[in-house]
Design a protein around this ligand. Sequence first.
Ligand SMILES: [Zn+2]
Length: 338
Amino acid sequence: MLATVLHGPRDVRYEHVDEPKILKPTDAIIKLSATCICGSDLWPYRGLQPMNGPARMGHEYCGVVVEVGSEVKTVKPGQFVVGSFCLSDNTCPHCSYGFQSSCVQREFMSGAQAPYARIPLADGTLVPTATMPSDDLIPSLLAVSDVLGTGWYAADAARVQPGSTVVVVGDGAVGLMGVLAARQMGAGRIIAMSRHKQRQELALEYGATDIVTERGDAGVAQIRALTKDVGADSVLECVGTQESMQQAIRSARPGSMIGYVGVPHGVELDGQSLFFSQIGMLGGPAPVRRFLPQLMDLVRSRAINPGKVFDLDLPLADVAEGYRAMDERRAIKTLLRV
Ligand SMILES: [Zn+2]
């Protein structure tokens, strides 16, 4: 089959690879309904993350099961499924506490920017739907697999409550999903930090009440002005740079929580200033599996439309253009039709 392989910085190829096979009795093979490019795929694409040779790309997926291993019990061929980018058994102690992204058997999904993919730990990872979803819901169901699940985790980790004042740092796809999540959790005020007109509009549509375009000291001053010099109850950090993390910490009031889901690159924290800031922090790779059933129901009942975050829709064969568009910030997030 033809699939996506990253050979080096800015060298994405759509080329022949082996078809996936069942390797373990706990595996499943799915035919993808659609897949997409993640902001985190841009780190190796930009040469900012070391690679050991060519890499099969893609970790966001939904589709129809075509084959299962002999030990798989909860999904069967013909079912539509969504899974997390973190593969988990959903039975170990960490999974039981709702942190499937730290599963003792954890693996990270790869190779999903392809027509077919192998899903290890299928029973613990995949959630089937009762009936086949209609085609127009595919982008939103795909979004649940990572980008929405991650934005949701950021809001959950930041303990967004009904009436909370929330700051969202980062206007990429995850930040926009964080806005959607905070809205669903009943936040009273959602301040989105964004400098891009199109992203501001989507943030407002997803429930942001205020937009702050400044960054650094000016951005912090704006947040303080908007919160009567108190700071926010919950802050979602959805970028992962030193600047964005400082923005998050300086926007949070004492006693608040920061949910941080941007993978840190070069972030260093000062112990003493953290001590005196009196804020809590919970982050890491999102345990999307915990939220899958609820988020899939919200999509299927059309209560939310996370699929709108895809503003570029390409055939999989044009995957290299999809990467370029996101790298050059011409697209927020690229959907790839299989
Ligand atoms: Zn586990």
